[in-house]
Design a protein around this ligand. Structure first.
Ligand SMILES: *[C@@H]1O[C@H](CO)[C@@H](O)[C@H](O)[C@H]1NC(C)=O
Ligand SMILES: *[C@@H]1O[C@H](CO)[C@@H](O)[C@H](O)[C@H]1NC(C)=O
Ligand SMILES: *[C@@H]1O[C@H](CO)[C@@H](O)[C@H](O)[C@H]1NC(C)=O
Ligand SMILES: *[C@@H]1O[C@H](CO)[C@@H](O)[C@H](O)[C@H]1NC(C)=O
Length: 330
């Protein structure tokens, strides 16, 4: 019988730090996430990092159950990594050039009536959550998520598109594969290349590889990209409601984001200026009086709410959710 992590975490909470319980939780976690380390030094180091993260999770969740936080944290596949490592290896979003922030052309949607809540998953505009692995390719998943929604609206079919295609082929557009990239330059590539392959034709590999784009696997295309006014959550809401999923940049630097388990992510010190990760807004709503953005990540389904996070909305652009928001047009 596989004992769930939650049960074991509870055991630690009740029985304290007895090494027997800790070893057991640690081993169960390693099995679950298929962790194999190269040598003894690595085993000892990873175990120490893991234990520190677990203590943080326990302390946070204790405070959450006392009503001090609106979200919980949990162990996931990133729990043996330091915050610095996660930010270096996974959060590969490059800062967009200032030129993108000028000459914003977007018609004012404030006059339109926007619905109270939107969840594009219900309309089949959102493909299954993927795991980018230890590759800074978030920018590719984010931009393709926005394009998948527009393609589905056009064709009636939801076809997951290929982040590997962008990782391998968009270097001349300014992207750097697993070492990072830009949402805007993903679309520049697709426009220039006149297409992007499907995930099934050009599967994800978690690492840089040779460009193998073929028009035979083409499943997406676009002709233009639209950048929303910086920091404007009202416009983002209107666009999400009327257009579909929107690619955004966020501050994903904090441990609380790396180990987010569920609930409303409302962290006052999530600075909107420090954006380093690309994700996809797929909707919004209100829960217990607090507005939130419904956001798809690319860290697998073991992270967050089956791969999604709800980030507090209308809290002065918390985590920079509206700092750089983009959608393509076909
Ligand atoms: C477990 O150990 C950590 C640090 O080693 C300490 O902060 C914490 O209070 C301990 N918890 C219990 C229940 O003993
Ligand atoms: C952890 O403890 C549970 C309950 O005692 C046991 O069933 C399980 O086999 C243990 N797991 C490991 C990896 O030792
Ligand atoms: C142990 O493994 C780590 C991670 O793979 C590696 O960086 C390190 O060089 C290895 N150390 C030794 C002594 O082999
Ligand atoms: C818009 O772009 C044009 C040409 O690049 C430039 O001359 C103009 O000053 C820009 N306008 C604003 C408001 O930045």
């Amino acid at each position: 019988m596989h004992v769930s992590c939650a049960v074991l975490l509870l055991a630690v909470q009740v029985l304290g730090n007895s090494s027997v319980v800790l070893n057991n939780v640690s081993e169960e976690w390693q099995i679950k996430h298929r962790k194999v380390y190269d040598n003894q030094t690595e085993i000892v180091f990873r175990r120490a990092v893991w234990e520190k993260n677990m203590q943080l999770v326990l302390r946070h969740n204790q405070q959450a159950s006392a009503g001090k936080h609106s979200f919980t944290m949990g162990l996931n596949h990133l729990s043996d990594m330091t915050a610095e490592e996660v930010n270096e290896k996974l959060n590969g979003l490059k800062l967009e050039e200032p030129s993108h922030f000028r000459n914003v052309t977007f018609k004012d949607e404030s006059g339109l009536l926007t619905p109270q809540s939107v969840d594009w998953r219900k309309n089949g505009l959102v493909s299954p959550v993927q795991n980018q692995g230890l590759c800074g390719s978030c920018w590719a998943f984010s931009s393709l998520g926005a394009l998948e929604g527009q393609m589905k609206k056009r064709t009636g079919v939801l076809v997951p598109l290929s982040p590997q295609n962008l990782v391998d082929c968009s270097s001349s557009d300014g992207n750097h594969g697993c070492r990072g990239g830009y949402i805007s330059k993903s679309f520049s590539y697709i426009i220039r290349n006149r297409g992007v392959d499907s995930e099934s034709f050009y599967p994800y590999e978690h690492q840089d590889s040779k460009c193998r784009y073929s028009v035979k696997g083409k499943a997406g295309y676009c002709s233009d990209l639209h950048i929303l006014p910086r920091g404007d959550e009202k416009t983002l809401q209107a666009v999400v409601a009327s257009v579909g999923p929107v690619a955004v940049a966020v501050n994903a630097m904090l441990k609380s984001f790396h180990l987010y388990r569920g609930g409303l992510y409302n962290v006052p010190n999530c600075n909107p200026k420090l954006i380093n990760h690309a994700v996809l807004v797929v909707g919004y709503g209100t829960d217990g009086g607090q507005d939130f953005w419904l956001v798809k990540n690319s860290w697998g389904t073991a992270w967050g709410e089956k791969g999604f996070i709800r980030i507090a909305r209308n809290k002065n652009n918390l985590c920079g959710i509206a700092s750089f928001a983009v959608y393509p047009t076909l």
